[in-house]
Design a protein around this ligand. Sequence first.
Ligand SMILES: [Zn+2]
Length: 697
Amino acid sequence: MTTTTERGAARWKPRAAARPQGLQSTPDRTRRVRRLPIGLATIAAAAALAAGCGGGDARRDTGPAPQRKVVVLGFDGVDPDFVEQWKDKLPNFSELMRTGTFRRLETTTPPSSCTAWSTFTTGMNPGGHGIFDFILRDPKTYLPDRTGAVSHKAEYRFGTLLKKPETFTTTMSGEAFWTTADRAGKRSVVLRVPCIYPLEKEQHGYAQGGLGLPDMRGTEGTFHFWSSELSPRDAANPELGGKVLSLASGDSVETIIEGPVNPLWKEGDPAERQRLSIPLKLSRAGKDALSIDVGGRKETVESGKWSDWFHLKFDVTSMSTIPGMARFRVLETEPHIKLYMSPINHDPEDPAIAVTEPESYSKELVRAVGDFKTVGWNHETWGLNEERIDDEAFMQDIWDTFRESEAITLHELETRTTDLFISVFVETDRTSHMMYRLLDPEHPRYDAALAAKFGDSIFKTYQRADEIIGKVRAKLSPNDVLFIVSDHGFHSWRRGFNVNTWLVQEGFMTLKGGAKSTTKKFLQDVDWSKTRAYALGVGSLYVNLKGREGKGIVKEGAEYDALLAELADKMTKVVDPETGKPAVNKVYAGRDIWKGPRLGDGQDMQIGMASGYRVSSATPLGGAPEGLFENNMKKWSGDHATTETALTEGILLSSAKIEDEHPAIGDLAPTILGLLGVPVPPSYDGHALKISAPAGK
Ligand SMILES: [Zn+2]
């Protein structure tokens, strides 16, 4: 991750062209969101004006209110069974159920957030948008890469002057329905829709980035944890978790915050200069507090609560810095100093990468509501899962972030005139992932004492969702149409299934030396000359296909067909020896459930497990550890991504009367465009829902 902005009055701020650079899929099926040098941008803006489609200030968020506004509130991972169970204590949910429509919403296969929200966004199934899993594997090398946003390094002139800032493209194909509406002149606000980063340029739209927008280290959120109890040898650096650093002992200690990759670092330079860092001074301040001195600010932070945001600037050169922000939590002061720091967010006041569209929108939002998190994965799940912070710290952060997103939502709804308004909250999903263990007495990490305190955490996030629905409804006109959408449901994740170990046991995969398991990840010990199938990603199964895979052996046609049938047959007979129950309900063949130009990029098969099961944590990275099943001993205790699709529906709740009994998430895009009077693109798979009475609020 390499980002920069320049310091001082002469800061070079590239402006974007007036029209998107790649609404249509490019030949490699990635969208290119590229910032043009100033001269080109001016020419592009002038050309756009000449073409009569508006220039730099054409964005409209004022003027008369539309006759009917469409408002979508997304609550990630809200499960229909929980809504039914708790509806008496959720007044706004139950009123909409009574006066409007409540349906279970068919999700995508797999029922994971990026796949489902991409279908919501583009109106296409994964075969159209290409987001099948959070991993995209290279069939030639069998190595995984992430799907979604892909970073392109910043470039410097003469090693000092920023020539081109960091940019992003995405592996997602297709166009967001609000971009289609934008072209038809519709005004929109789109807040934190997951997995749509980088944000498209809009003429009449405002957007805030959500899931997929990286932290300053270029990850989904890397925390820092310092402890004087650790020796330097203990310090670890798992990039999907945290940076763990040992501290010297004493009342005052100095350490560093390790920030973004140094964009000027080259192969052969000293390794310690690979990342930019800034000094951090800590000293004991009484029994339960630390004085934290960083970035020109010194503040005493008490234990047991989150600090305010500290603004941190990482110098690339004497003329160029990368502005970020983070907050601290003092965990212990005696006998050891233990300190936790949140992932470093790009500073919304002065972000080095685009965190909103237009870029200046993030400054406006800061002025309206104060600092807000910009990293897309905006909760402390990794800190809790690695047990560096406790449940209290995690939940306090959930409530803080809920408030922040609520404030932006209500402010924007109140002050901007729009035809379409979308705001997605993910706290319902994150809390369900981390706190399911305290709701499920059969979970291996159930703890009665903790459950007494935090067992209602998931319910409380539903209550907060309900409050937000109430506040939003109060701001709507009777003609407006409100949709409440969740992308998938939830299950307890009690047991993990080692898919590759099973493939070895059943003879579909062979490990080097005939081993039955391995401690290595990334399929490193696989003997490809004797392997017919492999698992990588969350529930994805691939055939080692001749001509497609680097060392493929299975022939296309009859051999491939027979293998898929054999895999599905054998895997759906897998029984967990500890519970005596079947673990796998369905194995879906990609060609049977998806269609479209990206079909070939997807997995050959997707596993749909029984409730309570997920693929083990070693499986997504191509591990094959000992044993077929394992107890899930992590606090990440709820999941949804590999369960049977039909068991993992989301919800659709609406102020409108909807006639369809079985709506699907892909039906939202055509339905909303229909309500806005915008023609539906032919690429859509879903159909517009039949609305008999749109009015209501
Ligand atoms: Zn989730």
